[in-house]
Design a protein around this ligand. Structure first.
Ligand SMILES: Cc1cc2nc3c(=O)[nH]c(=O)nc-3n(C[C@H](O)[C@H](O)[C@H](O)COP(=O)(O)O)c2cc1C
Length: 379
């Protein structure tokens, strides 16, 4: 089989290895998917300035995110059901991130639990929190993340209600998967995936099942989310969580400068410009199209990260030039995981790092921390 050279190569390979319902879960946005597509497409409109005859030796992609040293300013985004792209997916992705030297963020809605990921890694990882109506359960999640020595909490603000993803409904998505003829067929045609799943006990939501009274299996993600996620979440709750957590806090899902202003006053350490990878408010602009305004507004007061649509090192560089201190990737690592487990995630990181390094050099820079707007053509 030919060596994957791009994130798209990994995506194609993942499509051949992962059952349709789980591949579609990753490769989908809400409703018309306009925002999902714009997240990727809008990067193409940003043009990099080519510079020549500049010393390009001794280049460095090293930077910091939240004060932590990173091999490149690219973190793995929290993604639900990652352990359905590949058996033990969260543990393998966390190991690949640790080996590479970038942060891994575990979703509340993961298949492997906080404790599973802690047992598979040596360095601290980050934990993403969805706020449920049951505050006792939220507190217990925070305690478990602290016990696992998670070094930052990513609080997701843009999923108080769930945006509809048509593919998930049509596919009858669930974890563990149902055993209807359609689902059995989808799995039977992916034998390597099945072998992996037969070899693990982690096939449902590891942070939830067995930890919440009365929840034995979450067969319908959408209805459970509708019942449990708190639609009344407010800025006061952010303060409540900040106090209970007591460590580094990142607010995820900011798309508006006014919200960014409020976020900067909460005492949080960072915010992520994000529209949830085009999975929530369809019709919202792409993240890359608003990152500059938000970074200009609050970037001096709070660390600004972004995610959404990054598929190459060029995209990472453009986001950094526009003011992001670092970026998160969701689908690129999920495709790597689906394509080849831990090695596939390492491959995704390698591809992005090599593209970033060469692109930075061709723009005449040697240190990624110096990326700025002067490297772009301005309209
Ligand atoms: C399959 C999938 C599941 C996701 N689950 C979560 C989640 O559990 N929590 C969360 O905060 N964001 C979640 N996200 C959003 C990501 O954290 C991130 O914002 C998004 O993937 C970035 O866009 P990209 O995939 O284009 O890189 C999910 C995204 C995908 C693709």
């Amino acid at each position: 089989m030919t060596e994957p050279l791009t994130i798209n190569d990994l995506k194609n390979r993942a499509q051949r290895r992962v059952p349709k319902m789980f591949f579609d879960y990753a490769d989908s946005g809400s409703w018309t998917e306009t925002t999902y597509r714009a997240n990727e497409a809008d990067f193409a409109d940003i043009k990099l300035r080519q510079r020549v005859l500049v010393d390009m030796t001794n280049r460095s992609l090293k930077s910091t995110m939240l004060g932590e040293e990173v091999a490149m300013p690219v973190a793995l985004a929290p993604t639900g059901m990652t352990g359905m792209q590949h058996a033990n997916g969260e543990m393998l992705a966390a190991q690949a991130a640790e080996e590479f030297g970038v942060p891994f963020t575990l979703s509340t809605m993961s298949i492997c639990s906080i404790e599973d990921v802690a047992s598979a890694t040596k360095k601290p990882f980050w934990f993403q929190l969805y706020v449920m109506r049951d505050r006792g359960f939220v507190e217990s999640l925070l305690e478990r993340a602290k016990a696992a020595k998670c070094s930052a909490l990513v609080l997701t603000l843009d999923l108080q209600v769930l945006g509809q993803r048509h593919k998930d409904i049509r596919n009858g998505l669930s974890a563990p998967p149902k055993f209807t003829p359609k689902h059995v067929w989808q799995m039977a045609t992916r034998p390597a995936w099945c072998m992996g799943m037969l070899g693990t006990k982690r096939r449902s939501f590891g942070n939830i099942v067995g930890h919440v009274k009365g929840v034995g299996d979450l067969s319908s993600l959408a209805s459970w989310t509708a019942d449990q996620f708190d639609p009344q979440l407010s800025w006061d709750d952010v303060e409540w969580i900040r106090q209970r957590w007591g460590g580094k806090l990142i607010l995820k899902g900011i798309m508006d400068s006014k919200d960014a202003e409020i976020a900067a006053k909460t005492g949080a350490d960072a915010l992520i410009v994000s529209n949830h990878g085009g999975r929530q408010l369809d019709g919202a602009p792409s993240s890359i199209s608003v990152v500059e305004e938000i970074a200009d507004t609050v970037g001096e007061r709070i660390e600004v990260f972004m995610d959404g649509g990054i598929r190459s090192g060029q995209d990472v560089l453009k986001a950094l030039c526009l003011g992001a201190k670092g970026v998160f990737i969701g689908r690129p690592f999920l495709y790597g995981l689906g394509a080849g487990g831990r090695q596939g995630v390492s491959k995704a990181l390698d591809i992005i790092a090599k593209e970033l390094d060469t692109t930075m050099a061709l723009c005449g820079r040697r240190d990624i921390r110096t990326a700025d707007k002067s490297m772009l053509y301005r309209k």
